[in-house]
Design a protein around this ligand. Structure first.
Ligand SMILES: *[C@@H]1O[C@H](CO)[C@@H](O)[C@H](O)[C@H]1NC(C)=O
Ligand SMILES: *[C@@H]1O[C@H](CO)[C@@H](O)[C@H](O)[C@H]1NC(C)=O
Ligand SMILES: *[C@@H]1O[C@H](CO)[C@@H](O)[C@H](O)[C@H]1NC(C)=O
Ligand SMILES: *[C@@H]1O[C@H](CO)[C@@H](O)[C@H](O)[C@H]1NC(C)=O
Ligand SMILES: *[C@@H]1O[C@H](CO)[C@@H](O)[C@H](O)[C@H]1NC(C)=O
Ligand SMILES: *[C@@H]1O[C@H](CO)[C@@H](O)[C@H](O)[C@H]1NC(C)=O
Ligand SMILES: *[C@@H]1O[C@H](CO)[C@@H](O)[C@H](O)[C@H]1NC(C)=O
Ligand SMILES: *[C@@H]1O[C@H](CO)[C@@H](O)[C@H](O)[C@H]1NC(C)=O
Ligand SMILES: *[C@@H]1O[C@H](CO)[C@@H](O)[C@H](O)[C@H]1NC(C)=O
Ligand SMILES: *[C@@H]1O[C@H](CO)[C@@H](O)[C@H](O)[C@H]1NC(C)=O
Ligand SMILES: *[C@@H]1O[C@H](CO)[C@@H](O)[C@H](O)[C@H]1NC(C)=O
Ligand SMILES: CC(=O)N[C@H]1CO[C@H](CO)[C@@H](O)[C@@H]1O
Length: 646
């Protein structure tokens, strides 16, 4: 594939188009204007203890807490009570808390990990289980949690999920993934179009090269306006067709359409479910790829390239920056591209570009000339540089003009003297589950539902908790006062030996109430019902039937819980145990002792430092690695990098 693509490009069988810009190119170009009155380029967050959130985020969360969350908890309560009436009944404090009687609601955040299409689909399947619009989820007593959450974070494949969901106006997972099932106009949501391969949408290599060339042409306006463009702009234009409004299967190849150009991440604030606070506040996560980083803190694994001490970057619809103390600053998302207080750019924060920054995994190949030259990124960066030549920049990272240049932070930000900041896949520092924004103290969350479908089980595409292990090490080593994380195992082997990713596990049941309780649900093994495993894969594209099968099996996995009997396929108490975990910090805060079914649930589901309550045996049979289309190149890279993330 590589050789053909390169040959096709270098043979110049493709006319280098004259610099007339396509409609998409014009729609993608940042726009200069005067800065609004009172514009502030950089907002210092202050350090933990005296940290502030943006006024817009505070207003959003207050609006949500006032107008949406109380009813959402009541609905969830009635869902779980309907199931529980004939089974183990929940202690009365659950109803007191969820009904609002206790005056202390749970503060919930949900995190969707990286892991490519697998993670987008697995995360979607789990969100379906939590979604009060899915009748099955309502009937089993888990539906409604998504509606009650304050925050929803995504990273890489998880950002494809969270980003597309937020901008499409928070449709159901069925409609998000498979499309509305009716013809839409070109500014509406058309579905993920998962059967169409990203980058290689055709089976003909020449046509694929032409497709890439078309995407490159779509960034000409941005380039001519003086902005650096990179691989992530190619991704942005491709993401525009898959994860942003404006494309359907029928018009995917129509070159007259703008395919998501012109839609901005800050513009999500204008979709109706956001305007009325009906969505959990969406946050996408990337990592800072710095030429100045302390590379001795890179996790020693060939696939990790980013020092864990580098800031973890957060891209929410209002701001871009980090609460990590070594940056502790944000810039307004709507004016990204701006570097002073007089000329303000808008339209730089293209939705596909922002989603792409969270998942730009190409930088992991940029470890040596030879690795880079044989990587999947190379033909694309070569074609990009041949068409829109640029010297002195890293072409395979996500590039942004640096708003933090000469930063107010008195010299702690490692890229304070760079004019461009680079970002790479949120998982390329080893932390693919985006829990960092949910542990920011100013956000005050007490419960995190962490969905992990990253591939860190040796030689499999299952998850084995490495992201939590690495996050714990990062915090202990660099940010011990900024974040409080409950204890988790110190390595993946321990995670695997104790089966912590093969069923839901609660972390932090009895740690200080300052640390959030983590409900960890991973893609850690085959479903217990004995069905052929469908989720141990790393596909680049799937048919709609495969997508539906994957979602349905994820549904089973997310609902099976931890059976009291190792041979049982599911735990009928799991929805109740989940409710117990959701309210537990609020229970503690109201001075109530844990009791009833919640006590036995916690004995079973809590990690107590060495094990969970019940030893289970899980066989790792039925691995179906590379079952679907994975290019030979990717397959060989996967074999080389057991813990690669994207
Ligand atoms: C969508 O539009 C096409 C072309 O106009 C038409 O053939 C098709 O029946 C329409 N599909 C639906 C579901 O309306
Ligand atoms: C995307 O389309 C949906 C309808 O399918 C609409 O509700 C939503 O507002 C659109 N999003 C944006 C950013 O315009
Ligand atoms: C591939 O596409 C090119 C350009 O459209 C065309 O000339 C060529 O015949 C196609 N090759 C095959 C095998 O179909
Ligand atoms: C939201 O819509 C209003 C009215 O059309 C517009 O003025 C504003 O710029 C939009 N906000 C964003 C962030 O795009
Ligand atoms: C919020 O807006 C959406 C979309 O317009 C609508 O379906 C929903 O009922 C609204 N919710 C509230 C609480 O007003
Ligand atoms: C891109 O092209 C320029 C010349 O226009 C060259 O200086 C630079 O090294 C090229 N960059 C890469 C990464 O190949
Ligand atoms: C930077 O240092 C100055 C002088 O020590 C101090 O007044 C200021 O608060 C510091 N700014 C930040 C953002 O830490
Ligand atoms: C930026 O600062 C770092 C650390 O102080 C230094 O190593 C690097 O050379 C500087 N880079 C530039 C472009 O000035
Ligand atoms: C994925 O895309 C490739 C290349 O376009 C195609 O050959 C293959 O059939 C697709 N696979 C599925 C499952 O749709
Ligand atoms: C609920 O989720 C299941 C499992 O993926 C799915 O089959 C079903 O269509 C969903 N129902 C709704 C109403 O979205
Ligand atoms: C609340 O949690 C703290 C810290 O784990 C613990 O010391 C205290 O006993 C708990 N209170 C109740 C009522 O459970
Ligand atoms: C209403 C309800 O969920 N009932 C369940 C009670 O538990 C048994 C198994 O113990 C299930 O079969 C019922 O569906």
């Amino acid at each position: 594939m590589l050789a053909t693509l390169l040959a096709a490009i270098s043979a110049s069988s493709l006319p280098l188009l004259a610099s007339a810009q396509t409609a998409a190119s014009q729609a993608y170009t940042p726009v200069a204007g005067a800065c609004p009155e009172g514009f502030t380029l950089v907002r210092g967050t202050g350090q933990p203890g005296s940290q502030t959130l943006s006024p817009q985020e505070v207003a959003y969360i207050n609006g949500r807490k006032t107008n949406v969350i109380p009813d959402a908890w009541k609905t969830y309560l009635s869902n779980i009570q309907a199931v529980q009436s004939t089974n183990a009944s929940l202690p009365s404090y659950v109803a007191s808390i969820l009904s609002g009687e206790s005056n202390r609601y749970p503060n919930l955040g949900i995190a969707c990990s990286g892991g490519g299409w697998r993670a987008a689909m697995f995360g979607g399947g789990v969100l379906n289980v939590l979604d009060g619009r899915n009748a099955t989820s309502v009937s089993v007593g888990t539906g409604g949690l998504l509606q009650a959450a304050q925050y929803l974070t995504g990273l890489s494949g998880g950002s494809n999920l969270v980003g597309s969901l937020a901008q499409a106006n928070f449709p159901t997972i069925q409609e998000l993934t498979l499309g509305p099932g009716t013809n839409t106009t070109t500014d509406e949501w058309g579905g993920w179009l998962a059967p169409i391969n990203q980058q290689d949408p055709y089976t003909n290599a020449t046509q694929n090269a032409e497709y890439i060339q078309e995407l490159i042409e779509e960034m000409r306006g941005k380039y001519e306006a003086g902005f650096a463009v990179s691989y992530n702009d190619v991704t942005a234009r491709d993401n525009g067709r898959h994860f942003v409004n404006g494309t359907t299967a029928a018009n995917f190849f129509d070159t007259t359409l703008v395919h998501g150009a012109g839609y901005t991440w800050s513009g999500v604030a204008n979709v109706s479910t956001f305007a009325n606070y009906s969505q959990p506040f969406p946050i996408l996560v990337a990592t800072l790829l710095s030429p100045n980083g302390n590379f001795s803190t890179v996790i020693p694994d060939s696939s990790f390239i980013i020092p864990t001490s580098n800031p973890i970057m957060e891209l929410n619809v209002y701001e871009l920056g980090s609460y990590d103390p070594n940056l502790a600053a944000f810039t307004p998302m709507q004016y990204l591209g701006t570097t002073n207080n007089s000329v303000c750019y808008t339209n730089y924060d293209n939705t596909g570009l922002i989603i792409g920054a969270s998942g730009d995994w190409n930088t992991i190949y940029n470890t040596s000339e030879s690795t880079y030259a044989t990587s999947e990124a190379y033909p694309i960066t070569s074609a990009l540089n041949a068409t829109l030549p640029q010297a002195g920049i890293v072409l395979d990272a996500a590039l942004f003009r640096n708003p933090f240049y000469g930063s107010i932070m008195n010299g702690t930000f490692i890229d304070r003297n760079e004019t461009i900041i680079m970002m790479s896949d949120g998982g390329s520092d080893g932390e693919a589950v985006p829990i960092q924004p949910l542990m920011v103290k100013a956000r005050g969350l007490d419960t995190i539902f962490a969905i992990d479908s990253n591939q860190d089980w040796p030689n499999e595409y299952w998850s084995a908790g490495g992201s939590l292990v690495n996050m714990q090490n990062r915090i202990n080593s660099f940010f011990p006062t900024a974040y409080t994380m409950p204890p988790v195992p110190t390595n993946i082997s321990e995670f695997i030996a104790q089966n912590l990713s093969t069923h839901p596990t609660f972390f932090g049941c009895d740690s200080t109430t300052e640390a959030p309780l983590i409900i960890y649900l991973a893609n850690g093994g085959p479903p217990r019902d004995g069905a052929t495993p469908l989720t141990n894969v790393a596909p680049n594209n799937v048919t709609n039937d495969q997508l539906q099968g994957f979602l349905d099996q994820t549904f089973t996995i997310a609902l099976q819980g931890l059976p009291a009997n190792a041979s049982a396929t599911s735990d009928s108490e799991w929805p109740a145990c989940l409710a117990c975990a959701i309210v537990d910090r609020a229970r503690n805060a109201t001075g109530t002792e844990r009791s009833g079914v919640c006590s036995s649930c916690f004995e079973r589901y809590c990690w107590n430092g060495s094990t969970v309550g019940l030893a289970t045996t899980t066989t790792k049979s039925g691995a179906v690695s590379v079952q679907w289309s994975v290019s030979a190149l990717i397959a060989s890279l996967l074999a080389a990098a057991a813990m690669m993330i994207f």
